[in-house]
Ligand binder design. Sequence first.
Ligand SMILES: C[S@@+](CC[C@H](N)C(=O)[O-])C[C@H]1O[C@@H](n2cnc3c(N)ncnc32)[C@H](O)[C@@H]1O
Length: 337
Amino acid sequence: MSEEEKGLLEEDDTWQELKIPDLLLSDTVRELHALIDSEWDSLQLSACQTAAGRALWKHVIHDPVADILAGETYLRGFYEKIRKDRINNAREVSGVILAVRTLWFDSKLEAALNSFNDGETQVVLLGAGMDARAYRLSCLKESNVFEVDFPKLLQMKTTLLEAAMKSANEHQQLTMTAKSLTRVAADIRDDDWLEKLQRSGFLLERNTVWVLEGIMYYLSHLHAMQVLKTIADNCALSHTVLLADFMNKSTTTLSNSIFHFYSDWPDHLLPSLGFSDVKLSQIGDPDAHFGLMQDPLNLFNKLRNLPRTVQVHPDDGTPCCRLYLVQASGSPNQTIP
Ligand SMILES: C[S@@+](CC[C@H](N)C(=O)[O-])C[C@H]1O[C@@H](n2cnc3c(N)ncnc32)[C@H](O)[C@@H]1O
């Protein structure tokens, strides 16, 4: 790195130098992550990428285990992207979408839980990946949390978290903030995932928040619709809030995409499946910026000022790639705050 680049990076103390925690450098954890790197497919690896983003945006997201769950390779790779963005004075630093998305889900989850009347609640994380909400959100203290993902991912997550717990000293004990946490190994493309969830203690008659963060677009159209329909069809007995993010069509065609399902109009799609009270936000909206979208000329602020029917940017003809953050109620009479 040149002296000039170094100076530039040092000016801003939001971004500190990357420090790989000792635990990640231990033989045990190194071997576990080597296994992940060699055996997981891109779908499962997306969970480590997400955790790396959260670990690096630690000035806005306090996630005590994100770095351990992400692994050194992903931390270094993500850090490098951020470093380059900063050197290039990019208006959008890598990971900002992920940071805003995470904070949006956190805040809507808390609001939804507060909107339920007293009593036990459930939170289901579909495609939970390396999400550590059960360890970092105090609003989950009355909630039974269910994490649904592929068996080998959940097994590895448990092993990594056990290693983190073993190594923690008395000042930095890792404690669960949720009332309970149950990991449910299931492929949500299969017909029996709800049954598996129920067998693990999930109750249809208990108020529930469904968290579908960073998952819908990895599914085919058919599977995504089936998952949404299964949720909609099974929430008559309780208050239900759905939180999900949807890519629009242009976003799914980005890069050599592993993305499939998209919706340009989730606010029309969800009511057609039985959801009500749909609220849609875009990155940069008042409830989805968290102080991270100050520059009026950044991509997201420009995008959200364009009507949603517009498919290409008028200034340069590039496609309008949008991420919709959506909340909906599964119960006809419930109003979401
Ligand atoms: C981008 S990660 C997001 C993880 C998590 N929601 C978060 O925000 O940290 C996507 C996750 O969805 C999981 N996933 C993808 N397809 C799935 C399926 N058919 N059944 C269960 N989990 C799936 C992957 O294994 C991965 O952990």
